[in-house]
Write a protein that binds this ligand. Structure first.
Ligand SMILES: [Zn+2]
Length: 292
């Protein structure tokens, strides 16, 4: 089984029926694999930690069948109608194993698209390792239960697009004090610069790189996105995943000491969808106090 956008037939129809039963809105159940079906497949894959390429291969098919069985066993609970903000699919530049699109909350998507427009104008790339995180995703040391990714407010540039090869990486990463980074995007229309690039192989001293760049961190900040700190362990030989240079989160509209993680979750999910999930346990975390 290998079904994708453009595929037709009874198998496509079966996939659409399952997606519809799961509430994923694949469009008309007509046996024609179009854009709506593709979006529903991507959504399903993200929720099940599958590679989200919108293609139904053997793994996705097996997961769909399994999800349908679980779903039909569940009792349907009445849910309170609420007005949720929508998730928008936005484009990115595919670089190696990165994605060419990802999902953000609608207002965050709008801000991101402004950043992207500026980067494209200058001839740079915006790569992606994804943005939306499923409520049922595994929580671990590098995947916080209170991540902005659950709320549609965060995105990750492709983790393999910087700190590796300073001559070819789309991004050059420079230490900016307080364990923060400044990300420069290589761009023909940028300014000639000489940068001291931090790489995984030279975390303490960096390497000199010259070329034309734009200040991507600044472009994101102008639209309301902020960066996060790298982990202390990163500078003591810890895993490269602690670098976090790729992460940007939208903080517009959040009030220090008042906005809660739960309020933000409730903007994109119903309480029914949230209850019993790992992030919901942390709903009382307050922005700027114990939620960052
Ligand atoms: Zn992130």
């Amino acid at each position: 089984m290998y079904l994708k956008n453009g595929s037709k037939g009874e198998k496509v129809k079966s996939v659409q029926e399952i997606l519809a039963d799961l509430g994923l809105k694949p469009g008309a159940i007509d046996g024609i694999f179009g854009d709506k079906t593709e979006l529903a497949v991507i959504r399903f894959q993200e929720d099940h930690s599958l590679y989200a390429d919108g293609i139904v291969g053997p793994n996705t098919w097996q997961a769909l069948r399994a999800a349908l069985e679980v779903h039909t066993d569940e009792q349907t609970l009445p849910s309170t109608p609420s007005v949720l903000q929508s998730w928008e699919r936005v484009p990115a530049d595919k670089f190696r194993d990165g994605y060419n699109r990802f999902f953000l909350r609608d207002d965050v998507a709008e801000a991101y698209l402004k950043v992207r427009e500026r980067v494209i104008e200058a001839g740079g790339l915006i790569t992606s390792s994804g943005a939306r995180r499923s409520l049922t995703a595994n929580v671990s040391a590098s995947r916080s239960a209170t991540s902005f990714h659950y709320t549609g407010r965060a995105l990750d540039l492709f983790v393999g697009s910087g700190m590796q090869n300073t001559r070819n990486d789309p991004y050059v990463i420079v230490a900016d004090g307080g364990r923060y980074w400044r990300v420069y995007a290589r761009a023909e229309g940028g300014e000639q610069m000489e940068l001291n690039a931090v790489t995984y192989g030279s975390r303490k001293n960096g390497r000199t790189v010259t070329g034309k760049f734009i200040d991507l961190t600044n472009l994101f900040q102008e639209q309301g996105f902020e960066r996060i700190k790298s982990r202390r362990s990163f500078f003591n030989g810890g895993t490269w995943l602690g670098a976090e240079w790729w992460h940007f989160q939208y903080e517009n509209g959040l009030e220090n000491g008042a906005s809660t993680f739960g309020d933000e979750l409730l903007k994109v999910y119903t309480e029914d969808q949230l209850k019993d999930t790992p992030p919901w346990k942390y709903r009382d975390r307050v922005f700027g106090e114990n939620w960052f």
